[in-house]
Design a protein around this ligand. Sequence first.
Ligand code: NAD
Length: 309
Amino acid sequence: MKCVVTGAAGFIGSHLCERLLESGHEVTGIDCFVPYYPKPFKERNLTGLKPRPHFRFLSADLRTDSLAEATDGAEVIYHLAAMPGLEKSWTDFDGYQSCNVTATQRLLEAVRKSPSLKRFVYGSTSSVYGKFASGDETMPTRPVSPYGVTKLAGEHLAKAYLDTFGTPVVALRFFSVYGPRQRPDMAYNIFIRALLTGEPITIFGDGEQVRGNTFVLDCASAVMAAAEAKIGEIYNVGGGEAVSIREVLAKLERISGKRFTVNHQAARAGDQKSTLADTTKLRTELNWEPKTPLDAGLKAQFEWQANGG
Ligand code: NAD
């Protein structure tokens, strides 16, 4: 199939492109290297992709550039481009609004009349639920950060295009994705970096925050499965093994053979207390199963970072 992946130079997007190519699809990857984290990280994510014969990369900004050529003939659009992360969304609202809402609207508009489009898969987030995000897709959406608000707005826009023009949208709400190429601002990347350099880490709150972690390849396989999903549906994507921050630190100490130096600070505004996806819908409707246990996934990320990732 002819696929378009937005955010192709990012953490999840680059893995998705690789999996799609391995499955025999033709992939156009789009990214504009927003400086949320440094461009060299993203260029490195693309190194294995660029030489592949069925991959083409377009450096384009979804907010401003023409999307006609990129989307022409596309059968599945995987829309993962976004400004991620909660914290910066309080201080760069324009960036979040434009990359998460305007960009989504322009992409939906670009494919609105496409005769070839079979699915438009929107990569959303558990942050749309708000402080308590443990349950299934019927949980109320009450985001507590501008990031969550803009991602939920993207979901609503996609739904508006479905209801008005029949755009074949499906939304996936990702829960804390980790693994090789994880963004440098994300907690596990920071923890592992600290273990490798001997720097202290800061834990916000009591360390008892619970996360349902999703290994990046399990996330990518859920995204691919969504190409077959019923139009208009929303699915939680989560690995199922919930652990507290304290437990993750203990696991990483075991994997690395090193000890953390921990500083404690008050919980941050907008942080979620607990996130654990109920993924029954994804498992039963799309036959998806997470395959990577947390220990193995953390080891893979540790090794990637230890080898210069
Ligand atoms: P990432 O920052 O690594 O990847 C996103 C990519 O999108 C970046 O490379 C960025 O340059 C690109 N991008 C942003 N705005 C763009 C624009 N206007 N035009 C073109 N490209 C643009 O982030 P990620 O962690 O891989 O996240 C991917 C998606 O998954 C995002 O939509 C995010 O909201 C969602 N998500 C991620 C997680 C997680 O744990 N990583 C959790 C929930 C949801």
